[in-house]
Structure formats: C-alpha cells, structure tokens
Design a protein around this ligand. Sequence first.
Ligand SMILES: Cc1ncc(C[n+]2csc(CCOP(=O)(O)OP(=O)(O)O)c2C)c(N)n1
Ligand SMILES: [Mg+2]
Length: 329
Amino acid sequence: MALPLPEETLLEMYWTMLLSRRLDERAWALHRQGKIAFHISAIGHEAAQVGAAYAIRRGYDWVAPYYRDLTLMLALGYTPREFMLNLMGKKGDPSSGGRQMPSHWSLKRANVISHSAPVATQTSHAAGIGLAIKLRGEDKVVITSVGEGSTSQGEWYEGVNWAAVHKLPVVFIIVNNLYAISVRQELQMAVANAADKALGLGLPGVSVDGMDFLTMYQVMKEAVDRARSGDGPTIVEARVYRITPHSSDDDDRSYRSREEVEQFKQRDPLLIARRTLEGEGVLTPQKHEALEQRAKELVDEAVRFGESAPYPDPEEAAYPVYAEDVQNA
Ligand SMILES: Cc1ncc(C[n+]2csc(CCOP(=O)(O)OP(=O)(O)O)c2C)c(N)n1
Ligand SMILES: [Mg+2]
C-alpha cells in the first residue's frame, strides 16, 4: 500500500506507541507495589493518540487532552522521567508540580493546556482557544479529546456547538472505548456512533477504526487541514477498546466478561501496527527487539529518577500551575 508518511516517521510513531505501552505497564506494577497512588491507563488507545499527534504541527498547534492521552503526550515530547514525576507526585512534575491527579496533563512547552478533573471541561477550553486563534488571525488549530461517555456532558455540546457556529479551527476527538467506567455506550447515547451527534450540531462527524494508527492519522490529517484552512471544526470518533480496567481502582470483572476483553485483545493496536510495518518492510523483528530493549532501559531509568526525586516544597502548593514565572506570579 502507499504509505502516507516517510518510513522514519512511521517508525517513530511505532516507537512512541511501544514506549507508551511499556511505561503504562510499569505504572500498573508500581501501583500494585504501593509506590504510586493511582494510574489511569492508555493501553488499547495508543494508535488513536499517535495518529492524532502526528496530524498536527506539534509544538505549534494547541492541545487540550484528557487523562488517557499518555501516547499523545509522549508524541508531543513528554518524557518518561516527567511521567514518573507526575505519577509519584514529585517536584518538577510539569503538569501541576505534583498537585493534580496523575495523568491530568499539562505541558507548557508543547502548548498542552492544564485541564480539570470534571470531564469535558476541556471541550469549552478548546472552543475558547479556537476563538482566540480566529480573532488573532493565526493559522493554528486546537485538538481536544474526551471519552464517549463524556459526550453526555452539557459542556461538551456547548463547546462543540460554539465552535460549529463560529467555524473555529478545532478538531473534537471522541475516544470511544465502549465504556464510561462500568456504563456501556448504549446507556449513554441513543445514536449508533458517537460521531452521529455531529448531525445535530452542524459539523462533519467521522467514525474511524482507532486501533489502526494509519487510519486515524489520515482522518485526523484531513480534519486538521480543514480546520487550518478556515473551514471549521470536525468531530473524529476513534473506535477503540479499553483493554485494562478503567483505572487502578476499578475491577472490570464486575461489568464485562473476560471473553469480551480477550476478543478485543486480538485487535491490540500495537500488534496491528507491527503487522502493518513488518508487512511493508519498515520494521523487522530485529528492529522491534532493539526498540523493546531501549524502552525497557528508558522505563527503568525513569523509575529510578522518579524514586530519587524530592517531593515539592510545602510552599509550592500555592504556586500557579501555568504562569510563566512560577515564583513571582
Ligand atoms: C463531570 C464528571 N462526572 C464524573 C466524573 C468521574 N469520572 C471520571 S472518568 C469517568 C468516565 C468517563 O468515561 P469516558 O468519557 O467514556 O472516558 P474513558 O474513561 O472511557 O476513556 C467518570 C464518570 C468526572 N471526572 N467528571
Ligand atoms: Mg469511554
């Protein structure tokens, strides 16, 4: 098939997915060892996130993510060390200096805004940033993501509606992993696809296989190009599956069968990407092994770094989260 990106870029995307998976698995282990208080996982969501990240101009466009977006964050330059500081609530955590819950991202150097824990608040933040871009006459775009359950929130409709009315340069990603904690999609919406909600809001809505990073990239690229050229926002629904429980504090055996989880594991986005890239001769088993080795070393090193890092000083609790001069803002 015709590959949409240079081989080197495809390998970089694969590497980001692999690193995300290995960091994520380590986070689960750290939680079970009592070394961190909480983890919320991106496992199963990696392809959708890397596809979205590579569709924007990273470091130039704006990003309003949600808590599952570890792979997206890594693609934007977030480091394994920073992730460990975040998980462990240590000094220097770029998201909040150890004050927010883990995985409530912020990364100023990558134009990732800080976000709140109430789901879908980032939707109206993204619409607001979109309006600012339009008023300033810039050619930037904003991407923002929520889970499918979060599209039940009034704030989600308000943000998307505003962006559609004013043709703002925003791409609204809905990560449909079928569940909002224990609540299945059918109990959240009467439409078959979350993207169908676009019809009532007056913007295009596309539902895609979010387990395939190339499909996601191509659909996101179109939506981002559309937004950048002034044609307005798009909803992109990425159909994925949450292979893990909702978070470290959830027991998914109470609401879904093991057979269902096993069935979706056959469509693990990492396996799909590996198969595609090996089929195209971009990846070889040897290259894959070398990446595995590198990921293990990086994760080990990041854990050591996080464990030996100090906790924030008590007065840092009163510092601002996003302001330029943290000491004097
Ligand atoms: C307004 C609000 N209500 C409830 C919660 C608690 N909560 C956190 S995540 C979550 C489920 C969200 O599900 P979904 O949007 O499908 O995202 P997923 O976790 O499946 O990726 C809920 C109910 C919250 N954070 N904010
Ligand atoms: Mg969900």
